[in-house]
Design a protein around this ligand. Structure first.
Ligand code: B3K
Ligand code: ZN
Length: 867
């Protein structure tokens, strides 16, 4: 194992590749133990000098060069060099030529799950960001776009279905039980979008007719017997295809669109051209094995990958610094799709919960980086909440500032101007400058500056003139490598509330440009003092600090007309309350606050999904950002106390709601999911009731649960109860689902995210724990370290010790996974002194033991720490 941190790559060092690769012809002789890859690259030099090709873990058989129209000749060994990272041709021809290579790779030995690998006896690929170099020698960078032709040969019984990008060409049987298939992709693409799948699948097939009447064959490839469980993914795919036509005028551009589900996958899914590859967790669902949360995730991930066809594939990134160009924009598109499929305010709140939990935490710690950084270490570690979620927020701010029509015009121009190109954030913004006539250079600073801005709002009311004077000031704390911060343009959607359920005038957008600004907001003289609603709909990814009393805040929540702000006003009150309960400055939950939450919940009974969100108590990790030093044990206990109080306030509603039968027959759509969300929320409250009747009541619900949503929420709730029901449910669930890996992931995760360090050790020792399967590792180690903070950050270090050896072992098998697990330590500096010392010691032990480059990139930055 290497223990050095990777060499930093810098944006300012970008230079175009000095060769054009016009056509790539790939010939695969497929085998699980050994695959032979022949590549023929048609190359046109753009300048002079050596040719460097990336390549890792390849066994080179030969390299040959041929001038156009001439047979190729082996390259003299003195004319090329192979090292651990690639191949250099010292003096390539100065005219168009063909470079031929043959390499051998071993899919079976590839546990990193990058490149060509074996999962469940089938072959599949993952090339983003730098996996193609593990398949053949190639300039593995996104700005090298080429036309791919692929031929696969393999044993027909083992690999009856052979898939790649684009459109199928010739196929047929060969001698010795072998067969072949060709695929031609008419669209030029970077190597990271290459894909190949080979194996025996069941296929769910459907068709789609595009807006111009073109016919598309759709296929979702899954494990044998699983095809019916892909129906929701197929439905989501067709809705996504239609939505992109309607919302963005984007039509699908091939006659075939395939999805393949694989069990061993490092993340959610991958947008390879015409052949998306998915983690099976985001394809397979039915009411008895998947929760509403899963159905919703499938819908949004299918959409996300499909939308990449235009934002990412047709127009791609010049270099990986521009990753947010495709990811932030595509997240923005999928969030809007989900909002259109479900409830816009509920979607907005869920997006903000995720942003705050993951991105605000990232911004507040040693891994903070800009949405478009100017340097990175390991590229796999740039797939962060900052690039994705904050990247999406930046597009949302842009749209809010220039308006929906100009946003659409700018997107149309972007597609027209840059189709088929690899571009930058500057190219993207130039389109919006062109259509809006605005200078967006100040706004683009959001891409370069890391950290979450904090806006302080102070008000003064002058009844004589009916003027509310609002002082706004913005600041950002230093982040690693960026000690000095500059003001950013912050769009603040505001309104003045009359306290009677309305506003005194239309809501308005104020863009805060300077460090300090004062607004003078007038109402007719003699009017009562209005309440200021600011940051409506979470109009910017910032923290707002208002110097208001609890009474002021409660009044504001009552007066609020914006669903996001109403919810958020309560969240702020709840955060303050939990912190006060955790640090001992308050002993019992404030009755007025608990009553206000309950009354907001009752008031929202026409929108149960929204009402369910009103019962939500912020997670412990989110509270780390509010007060340091953070004591996760005390915070978790305080959160529980408030939950118990809220249960007692809503006990009648809880019992009435849970007495009724869940909606039947099951449908995963928003309407029913909303009703189930309320049930799930109440099941969660019931688990905090402290009453002896709770466990039997929950067990009864568990036994009768007609779907996985209720089955899992009751199982989870039982984890917080005492007595035999809990262990009975754990055994019952395991016996029922031991043959379904995706459901067993839930079984592991529910225990790891609620149990003790001892429980986690037991789960790691379980025979079904599998280091080679990222879903399984995440469902134990990830769930414990990222969702069970009181136990993971135990002051005696027992939480760290429970998972340390497994993190090391996982990193040896799969560096991308190892690195991701170590990000669980990112908030270690915010912890109370005991846990903090233990966390630091554990990080140092991990480094000492030897980490992969990916993991070392995270651990090194975490330890280097401060700004
Ligand atoms: N583009 C992929 C992510 C690739 C991650 C590589 N480490 C999935 C997505 O964002 O759509
Ligand atoms: Zn994406």
């Amino acid at each position: 194992m290497r223990t050095e941190t990777p060499v930093a790559v810098k944006l300012k060092d970008y230079t175009p590749y000095p060769f054009e690769i016009t056509v790539v012809t790939l010939d695969f002789d497929l085998g699980a133990q050994k695959t032979v890859v022949k590549a023929a690259l048609s190359i046109t030099p753009r300048g002079q000098g050596a040719m460097r090709l990336d390549g890792e873990a390849l066994h080179l058989n030969y390299v040959a060069v041929g001038l156009a129209g001439e047979p190729s000749k082996p390259v003299d060994p003195a004319d090329f060099t192979v090292d651990a990272r690639g191949l250099t041709l010292h003096a390539p021809p100065q005219q168009p030529f063909v470079l031929e290579t043959e390499v051998e790779i071993s899919p079976e030995a590839n546990t990193a799950l990058s490149g060509l690998y074996l999962s469940g006896g089938r072959l599949c690929t993952q090339c983003e960001a730098e996996g193609f170099r593990r398949i053949t020698f190639y300039p593995d960078r996104p700005d090298v776009m080429s036309s791919f032709r692929v031929r696969m040969v393999g044993p027909k019984d083992e690999f009856p279905i052979l898939l790649s990008n684009g459109t199928p060409g010739a196929s047929g049987d060969l001698a010795n039980g072998r067969h072949y298939a060709e695929w031609i992709d008419p669209h030029k693409k970077p190597a990271y979008l290459f894909a190949l799948c080979a194996g025996d699948y069941d296929v769910l097939r459907d068709t789609f007719t595009t807006m111009s009447g073109k016919h598309v064959d759709l296929g979702i490839h899954v494990d044998k017997g699983d095809a019916p469980r892909a129906a929701w993914a197929m439905d989501a795919l067709k809705r996504s295809m239609r939505w992109d036509e309607e919302a963005y005028g984007r039509e699908y551009d091939l006659g075939v669109f395939n999805i393949v589900a694989v069990r061993d996958f490092n993340f959610g899914a991958m947008e390879n051209k015409g052949l998306n590859i998915f983690n099976s967790a985001y394809v397979l669902a039915d009411e008895s094995t998947a929760t509403d949360f899963d159905f919703e995730a499938i819908e949004s991930i299918v959409a996300h990958e499909y939308f990449h066809n235009w934002t990412g594939n047709r127009i791609t990134c010049r270099d990986w610094f521009q990753l947010c160009l495709k990811e932030g924009l595509t997240v923005f598109r999928d969030q809007n799709f989900s909002a259109d499929m479900r409830s816009r305010p509920v979607q907005r709140i869920k997006d903000v919960i995720k942003l705050r939990a993951r991105q605000f935490a990232e911004d507040a710690g040693p891994l903070a980086h800009a949405v478009r950084p100017d340097t990175y270490g390991a590229i796999d570690n740039l797939y962060t909440a900052t690039v994705y979620e904050k990247g999406s927020e930046l597009i949302g701010m842009l749209r809010r500032m220039i308006g929906n029509d100009k946003y659409r015009e700018g997107m149309d121009l972007y597609f027209a101007r840059h189709d088929g190109q690899a571009v930058t954030i500057e190219d993207y913004y130039a389109c919006f400058e062109a259509v809006s006539g605005r200078d967006l250079s100040d706004f683009r600073r959001w891409y370069a500056q890391a950290g979450t801005p904090e806006v302080r709002v102070t008000e003064a009311w002058d009844p004589a003139t009916g003027t509310l004077k609002v002082e706004l000031s913005q600041s950002v704390k230093p982040t690693p490598g960026q000690p000095v911060k500059h003001p950013l343009p912050i769009p603040l959607l505001c309104a003045l509330l009359d306290g009677k359920g309305g506003h005194t005038a239309e809501p308005f957008l104020h863009v805060l440009e300077k460090s300090n600004e004062t607004l003078e907001l007038k109402v007719p003289p003699g009017s009562p003092r209005p309440s200021l609603s600011v940051g409506r709909d979470f109009s910017a990814p910032i923290r707002i600090d208002r110097n208001l009393t609890r009474e002021d805040r409660l009044a504001l929540v009552k007066a609020e007309t914006d669903p996001f702000n109403k919810w958020d006003g309560l969240q702020t009150l709840i955060k303050d309350e939990i912190i006060a309960l955790s640090d001992g400055s308050q002993t019992n939950p404030d009755h007025e606050l608990v009553a206000a939450i309950a009354s907001a919940v009752r008031g929202a009974n026409d929108d149960p999904a929204y009402a369910a969100l009103l019962t939500r108590l912020p997670e412990v990790g989110e509270l780390f950002l509010e007060r340091q030093q953070a004591d996760p044990v005390a915070l978790a206990a305080a959160q529980k106390k408030l939950k118990t109080a809220l249960y007692h306030q809503l006990a009648n509603e809880v019992s009435e709601t849970l007495k009724a039968a869940p909606p039947a027959p099951y449908h995963p759509g928003a309407e029913q999911a909303s009703i189930r969300a309320m049930r799930t929320a109440f099941i969660g409250l019931l688990s905090a009731s402290d009453s002896r009747d709770a466990a039997p009541a929950l067990y009864g619900l568990y036994e009768r649960a007609p779907n996985m949503t209720e089955r899992l929420s009751t199982l989870r709730a039982l984890m917080f109860t005492k007595g035999g029901a809990k262990s009975e449910a754990i055994s019952h669930f395991e016996a029922l689902w031991k043959n379904n890996p995706l459901v067993m992931d839930k079984w592991f995760s529910v225990q790891a995210s609620t149990g003790t360090a001892e429980d986690v050790k037991r789960l790691i020792a379980h025979p079904a724990f599998d280091l080679k399967n990222p879903n399984r590792v995440r469902s134990v180690i990830g769930a414990f370290a990222m969702q069970n903070l009181a136990a993971f950050h135990a002051p005696d270090g027992s939480g760290y010790r429970a998972v340390e050896a497994t993190i090391l072992a996982a990193d040896k098998v799969n560096p991308a996974l190892g690195a991701r697990l170590i990000t669980a330590f990112e908030q270690w500096r915010l912890l109370e002194p005991k846990a903090r010392a233990e966390a630091e010691a554990c990080l140092k032990r991990l480094v000492e033991a030897g980490l992969s480059e990916n993991a070392m990139d995270i651990a090194g930055r975490a330890l280097a720490g401060g700004a």
